[in-house]
Design a protein around this ligand. Structure first.
Ligand SMILES: [Ca+2]
Ligand SMILES: [Ca+2]
Ligand SMILES: [Ca+2]
Length: 179
């Protein structure tokens, strides 16, 4: 695969995941920031840890995967995980890059990214390490999606299997049912 091709399919993969996580920025009633922080703080220790956010996001993805093409099941999963904090948002909110998001860091992120106050450029930038963490985490999900096309079950994706995956993705994007 050439470099340009590689870029094209990586972009296609990224779009799939973005589409899956867009719905998660809706917040609940009342003090949205605190409520949403609480939903993601699985062990209720007042901090959001990297592993915790990975866990929530994995659960959300599994629910979407289980929903398959069933649009009602997809809606239910999106509703259930509407306060889920996407990995990318966690990494942005983590202003001091210690991979723990405090309520203060979370509220600062929430004001700008969810409440739309201030400028997006005021948000902390993703560091190189953040991008690495994000890329590695995303690869888990892409690998699960790809393995569904591992017809000979050898845990490797050959050219033919990859082609079937891409066709299925394009079918989905064009609004046709998967074969
Ligand atoms: Ca926690
Ligand atoms: Ca932090
Ligand atoms: Ca294979």
């Amino acid at each position: 695969m050439g470099r340009a091709d590689m870029r094209a399919w990586v972009t296609a993969l990224m779009l799939t995941v973005v589409a899956c996580s867009v719905s998660s920025t809706i917040s609940g009633e009342g003090d949205g920031a605190t409520a949403r922080f609480g939903v993601n703080d699985l062990d209720s220790n007042g901090k959001l840890e990297l592993e915790e956010i990975k866990k929530v996001n994995r659960e959300y993805r599994s629910a979407l995967l289980a929903a398959g093409n069933d649009s009602k099941a997809i809606k239910n999963a999106e509703q259930k995980y509407r306060d889920n904090l996407p990995m990318r948002s966690f990494l942005i909110a983590d202003a001091n890059d210690d991979y723990v998001v405090t309520l203060n860091e979370f509220e600062a992120w929430y004001e700008i990214d969810v409440n739309g106050k201030g400028k997006i450029s005021d948000l902390p930038k993703l560091s190189e390490k953040d991008v690495e963490v994000y890329g590695a985490f995303k690869s888990e999900w892409h690998w699960i999606l790809l393995l569904a096309f591992d017809n000979d079950k050898d845990k490797r994706i050959d050219e033919k299997e990859f082609s079937a995956y891409m066709i299925a993705e394009e079918m989905k994007a064009a609004g046709y049912k998967a074969k």
